[in-house]
Design a protein around this ligand. Sequence first.
Ligand code: ATP
Ligand code: MG
Length: 657
Amino acid sequence: MSATHATVAPSDIQPVAVKPRFRDNAWMDATTYDALYARSIDGPDTFWREQSQRLHWRQPPTQIRDIRWDKNDLHIRWFADGQLNAAENCIDRHLSAHADRVALYWEPDTPGEARVITYAALHQQVCKLANVLKHLGVRKGDRVTIYLPMIPEAVFAMLACARIGAIHSVVFGGFSPEAVAGRIADCGSSLVITADAGLRGGREIPLKANVDAALARPEAKAASKVLVVQHTGGAVDWHDGRDLWYHDLMATASEQCEPAVMNAEDPLFILYTSGSTGKPKGVLHTTGGYLTYASLTHQMVFDYHPGDIYWCTADVGWITGHTYLVYGPLANGATCVMSEGLPNWPDAARLGQIIDKFKVNTLYTAPTAIRALMAAGDGPLAQSRRDSLKLLATAGEPINPAAWHWFHDSVGHGGSAVVDTWWQTETGGVMITPLPGAHATKPGAAMRPFFGIRPALVDNDGTLIDGPGEGNLVILDSWPAQARTLWGDHQRFIDTYFTTFPGTYCSGDGARRDADGDYWITGRVDDVINVSGHRMGTAEIESALVSHPAVAEAAVVGYPHEIKGQGIYVYVSLTCDHSPSDELYAELRQWVRREIGAIATPDLIHWAPGLPKTRSGKIMRRILRKIAANEHDSLGDVSTLAEPAVVPQLVETRMNR
Ligand code: ATP
Ligand code: MG
């Protein structure tokens, strides 16, 4: 990158040593990681051939990699002559030894009795549903849209599709009818699986009504059948001939369903990205490579051992829900907690109560959830012990050191490892992460590449940066879980990821590499602001702001500034015990100045009661940039926001300042 950087020196941050409990028992210590990483890079064919053996193949692969990252002829194939079935790998092969092991503990939105689903029960439900899908005419290669709340039926539906070779497209429960229709249209789904309604934080989400509205739109005409799970029992409109009750068809369905034998490169699912940066992309993942990588990363990143209770709070509508709530853990025969609601509802004590209830060992969540809980202070934590915890993990956004420390010190009592995992919908699995037994962690750093991953930094001209430095984060070689294309738009796939820096996968994120070779994600490259020729990552300024006790959340964007080119525009949400004032305004400007330097001093602070976020909890800076620039007429698609109502509020306060 050009010009100078105003950066917090990572050396200010003290590494946190490997926790004693991981010293002797972890899958990986530092020496083994180094040796295995070197082997994975020097001999990827051998390494991945060995790793593929963790799956059950109907036909083991002899061809390992067939990769071409050339914009004129781009293809990515892994294990191409292998054959397998993902559902068989996630269920059937565990039955002989572990049929009675719990696959899913399901915790309802309102505190209450959990549903307990063993591997045997999972097998039964998935086989029945697979037969229902066949009965409805779904065939290998057909697309099925799953628009369900966080209930076990969402997992059954994904695996039932996988069992018969249908391609699922999970859409967040809570997306608008417009967003649902757009996604049905894009992939041409013939069937939608939904529920009467969903529950989240005590609120009902009218899923069936949303599907009705979506299917009334001409673009969604491909979907001719709607399978409806009765979840809340509320009244719904009914379209005879189109709508079918899930429980009716399941009641008579057979429990026998042979898994379809799939080629390794047959599509497993399409998943639309969160749309933080524009029109969502229909990312396509295939079967063999994705599952190998999901299983290996789940074992190593979370140091999963049989018997561990593992809770991933991500919604199934997000890639984290796919890879680390469903495919990775179930491929490894793990016991997962799935929670319907929010970790801070009915109150901030809930997260700890769920941990205690199921004796959770591993918690995987997002920085946004941690900040929300942190804003309520340490008080609610007194209502739980959380002494079962061993490992805490985050994904989705850079985790600012203040939130990292609170997670580590307060939630985990200082005894659990914290791992910050960097990855994307397109990468299918975790790419840069510490491994709990191998790496002392630096709060705020994603640390080290996973096996087989070759990250690099390039400047804006595409020149590789050696040693410590900052630049565009690219990946130099393929890995098995890499997305193969964007559904129906291979050219957009090539243009988005393989054209800016030819010969590499361009992540779109920026990163810094420190003198130890550890990676720090600085945020999306598009979010970098250029103030008087100084380039600054927004993540860094946000991190400084959030470390102030009055600040619950902050979002930083650039806006047109006559003198500086771009000015620093800051949206700040305050913690419950603070309110806006001129003194606080001045204090926060001083604070950032002291933490980072004069160049990073905010030009404008906008007190924001809420920030526009995607359902996966990411701040939509694209919208905040428009509001800051007073371009209120061109906000773009806001239908994928969790709380669209915050947008007009912010526009109004912007106009009135
Ligand atoms: P779209 O591509 O449509 O704009 P999106 O990028 O928000 O949507 P995802 O694939 O869910 O959709 O998110 C991946 C992005 O999230 C990464 O590119 C990165 O910007 C951010 N991210 C994920 N994990 C981390 C992490 N541990 N640290 C920093 N940033 C992260
Ligand atoms: Mg993205």
